[in-house]
Design a protein around this ligand. Structure first.
Ligand SMILES: *[C@@H]1O[C@H](CO)[C@@H](O)[C@H](O)[C@H]1NC(C)=O
Ligand SMILES: *[C@@H]1O[C@H](CO)[C@@H](O)[C@H](O)[C@H]1NC(C)=O
Ligand SMILES: *[C@@H]1O[C@H](CO)[C@@H](O)[C@H](O)[C@H]1NC(C)=O
Length: 345
């Protein structure tokens, strides 16, 4: 994650591909409040629990998390209570912001916080908020104080947390509870979190609307995977489109890379797709068949869980696109709300 800028860190789930060392683990919480409160927790970037204020229950999203729910009902109860508290905190946050900015309607607040634990026991944490799709405030973990991302945010901090009690609360949480939770999750889910599943790789020709070859890797775990095109053994960077990694229904991932290339080129040169993944002893190489035969490609199956995540991402993308127009923002937020609705089904 150190390869990511602060803003990119917020988008790490969709943008920052880092072949993480097996010894690093992360716990991340994403909250959104736009009237309704939705929370997801991710361990090593995989969704493990979700919470929706409409349902009022935490829903385990992995087998090992289900096991924690079954084995430790008291823990589960206290965590559900924790979510209710979080909802209340966010409600206060939104209420204060509305007063300060003289807004009449609820506006969208996203909160992203979490912690990391390395195999040398070093830890890290962050807590960031956006308001209406713009960076708003973030916690400086060294000083335990809020940093305002703009002038509006400065007056907000003075009003919302004049004594810095919220900041202290979150600094404490990130340095102790968050790390304890992460350790608990890693020990409970180790078998699953540290599993290695080899990608299936296929190469597909497409002629319409423009000639291109698609290299598709699917079914792999963990998420970090490198995929590149080579022409006669040399990396190709032009006319290449690398798609984001998408979750499959079975808790594995898929990723594709597309190369625009005329059919004659494919006859003249050897094009190969090269895949690197922690499950592989050496890189996996697939050559584009000269005859133009295609292999099948599995399409991503968008499950309700995935839909909920896409919704959150949509919200976060809105956050990132803070320079775009207000109208556009509203449209995106609506999109994300629709997705959340989907997640209820
Ligand atoms: C708050 O909004 C109302 C209605 O739009 C307006 O009449 C009022 O002047 C505003 N107050 C401030 C302090 O901006
Ligand atoms: C990390 O902490 C654990 C338990 O707290 C300890 O057993 C282990 O030796 C530590 N590792 C390092 C590299 O300090
Ligand atoms: C946190 O505050 C300290 C002291 O003011 C400063 O040196 C440091 O750069 C800040 N950290 C971040 C991430 O802004």
């Amino acid at each position: 994650m150190e390869n990511c800028s602060a803003v990119l860190k917020l988008l790490l789930i969709i943008t920052c591909v880092h072949l993480s060392s097996s010894g690093r683990h992360s716990l991340q919480y994403l909250y959104t409040a736009a009237g309704r409160f939705i929370a997801v927790s991710l361990v090593d970037e995989e969704q493990v629990v979700s919470y929706d204020s409409k349902i009022g229950k935490m829903i385990p999203r992995t087998e090992w998390m289900k096991k924690i729910e079954d084995d430790d009902p008291l823990y589960w109860k206290s965590e559900t209570q924790h979510m209710t508290d979080q909802h209340e905190r966010i409600r206060v946050f939104v209420h204060r912001a509305k007063q300060i900015f003289n807004h009449t309607k609820d506006h969208i607040v996203l909160k992203m916080y979490g912690c990391e634990l390395d195999d040398d026991n070093t830890t890290g944490g962050y807590d960031q908020y956006s308001y209406d799709g713009e960076d708003f405030i973030n916690l400086n973990l060294t000083t335990g104080t809020w940093t305002a991302d703009n002038d509006k945010a400065k007056s907000f901090i003075n009003d919302w947390d004049p004594k810095g009690t919220e900041a202290k609360h979150w600094k404490d949480f990130l340095e102790t509870n968050c790390i304890d939770q992460l350790k608990k999750f890693v020990s409970q889910g180790r078998e699953s979190l540290e599993r290695k599943v080899v990608p299936e790789v296929s190469v597909l020709h497409k002629h319409y609307p423009s000639p291109e070859v698609v290299c598709h890797a699917t079914g792999f775990f963990p998420k970090a995977l490198n995929i590149t095109w080579q022409k006669d053994g040399e990396d190709v960077h032009e006319d290449v489109e690398l798609r984001e990694t998408l979750p499959n229904q079975d808790e594995s991932f898929q990723k594709r890379i597309i190369l625009k290339v005329p059919a004659e080129e494919l006859q003249k040169h050897t094009y190969t797709c090269v895949v690197q993944h922690s499950s592989l002893e050496k890189e996996l190489v697939r050559e584009v068949p000269k005859g133009g035969r295609s292999a099948g490609v599995r399409i991503a199956i968008i499950t309700p869980v995935v839909a909920a995540l896409i919704g959150l991402f949509a919200g976060i993308v809105v956050w990132k696109n803070k320079n775009s127009g207000e109208r556009r923002k509203e449209a995106d937020v609506k999109f994300s709300e629709n997705r959340f609705t989907l997640s209820n089904s």
